[in-house]
Design a protein around this ligand. Structure first.
Ligand SMILES: Nc1ncnc2c1ncn2[C@@H]1O[C@H](COP(=O)(O)OP(=O)(O)OP(=O)(O)O)[C@@H](O)[C@H]1O
Ligand SMILES: [Mg+2]
Length: 207
């Protein structure tokens, strides 16, 4: 039996790719045989539109309830009670320094922080890493632009091994897959991008 794994996906900058990554990692982990529970904890957003449930993926839209329990002050206890007894849970959080994000971090066995490479994204990442010091940083939206390569080099120099080796490219395939309600590993099984998500999933679980 595998021990329970809880992955919290956090970050203070909107649009960094938290929900996209949550949905695609759910696909990767399901493909490798795990039963995955995807908990959407963002009151503003619905991950249900990004990935359909399947045999191995349950999608739970908990944004409104999370907000309520955050206001009541029992969010951490409530969240802990929602986690599946075994298998793998992924917690998608809102882009704020909120009780919801803090609760997700406190119940997680692994915290990941996707970031894009603009200056505002990198500034926000510093605050994200103060909120979640042990987080694995995931570079999302990578291109071949010189500016991006320079930013990645600076990021790796600053954060060292806190930055995942596997980067996720900027790709229209990601948006196409999400529009189809599928993770990239199901939508374009043999693509380099699917391979990148699989490698990243391995790094998150075992790295
Ligand atoms: N690597 C990528 N390539 C292309 N598009 C991407 C990529 N990552 C994310 N996107 C797109 O960027 C937009 C924002 O992504 P997403 O909703 O996952 O961010 P988020 O961090 O969850 O945002 P929020 O903080 O508002 O919840 C979406 O339209 C998504 O399809
Ligand atoms: Mg989101």
């Amino acid at each position: 039996m595998i021990k329970r794994v809880v992955v919290a996906v956090v970050g203070l900058k909107g649009g960094a790719g938290k929900s996209t990554l949550s949905a695609n990692l759910a696909g990767v982990f399901a493909e490798s045989g795990h039963s995955v529970t995807l908990l959407d904890m963002d009151p503003q957003a619905s991950i249900g539109g990004l990935v359909r449930g399947s045999d191995r993926i349950s999608v739970l839209g908990y944004g409104a309830q999370a907000e309520l329990h955050a206001q009541q002050g029992d969010i951490t206890e409530w969240l802990a009670a929602q986690l599946p007894a075994d298998g793998l849970a992924i917690l998608d959080t809102p882009p704020t320094l909120s009780r919801i994000a803090r609760a997700a971090i406190s119940v997680a066995t692994r915290v990941i922080a996707p970031t894009r490479l603009g200056q505002q994204d990198l500034d926000a990442l510093l605050s994200t890493m103060e909120m979640a010091p042990g987080a694995l940083i995931i570079i999302n939206g990578m291109t071949r632009a010189r500016l991006h390569r320079d930013s990645v080099a600076a990021l790796r120099a600053h954060f060292g091994r806190a930055v995942a080796s596997q980067e996720i490219a900027q790709s229209i395939t990601i948006e196409e897959a999400m529009a189809a309600g599928l993770p990239v590993v199901a939508y374009r099984k043999k693509s380099a991008l699917a391979g990148a998500f699989r490698a990243l999933g391995g790094e998150i679980l075992h790295g």
